[in-house]
Design a protein around this ligand. Structure first.
Ligand SMILES: Nc1ncnc2c1ncn2[C@@H]1O[C@H](COP(=O)(O)OP(=O)(O)OP(=O)(O)O)[C@@H](O)[C@H]1O
Ligand SMILES: [Mg+2]
Length: 139
């Protein structure tokens, strides 16, 4: 599915729509260049799943953030600063690919081979002419 968004709130709507289809055990890989809107997208998914607003956004960087949501727990990962598949694997990320978790991964390309079969791929592309336009592909 392809969505064109023209501002941040339209991206939030796309993310909210995806969140409604998610169930525990789902893994969502969100890719796109620096500043594309991966965190905007993930935070919107988390809010829609019932993660409390006060838990977001976290001021401190960490590779794995864990949250309680309505009917699941949510793991939000950012693999940007990791460069070895083994380094990522050693963090025990696979534990978060199973219920009760819904797992959201930014910079999944750092260790694409670790992602389970059936991972939902979200690709956010910037527009060369319009600063706030994005093409969001979900498959
Ligand atoms: N259509 C849009 N959708 C999403 N974000 C947008 C849009 N237009 C502008 N923005 C802005 O782009 C920025 C996206 O920042 P965000 O931190 O989500 O990017 P990111 O992909 O997570 O970057 P990083 O690779 O550093 O983690 C925000 O400042 C947001 O307001
Ligand atoms: Mg980010």
């Amino acid at each position: 599915m392809k969505h064109s968004t023209h501002n941040e709130s339209e991206t939030v709507e796309v993310a909210t729509g995806l969140a409604a289809t998610l169930k525990p055990g789902d893994v969502v890989a969100v890719s796109g260049e620096l500043g594309a809107g991966k965190s905007v997208f993930c935070r919107a998914v988390m809010r829609a799943l019932g993660v409390a607003d006060k838990a977001l956004p976290s001021p401190t960087f960490s590779i794995i953030q864990e949250y309680d949501a309505d009917d699941c727990r949510v793991a939000h990962m950012d693999w940007y600063r990791l460069d070895e598949v083994t380094e990522i694997e050693m963090l025990g990320v696979r534990d978060f690919f199973l219920p009760p978790w819904i797992c959201l991964v930014e910079w999944p390309e750092r260790a694409a081979d670790l992602l389970p079969e059936g991972t939902i791929q979200v690709r956010i592309q910037c527009d060369t002419d319009h600063m706030a336009w994005r093409l969001i592909q979900v498959r």
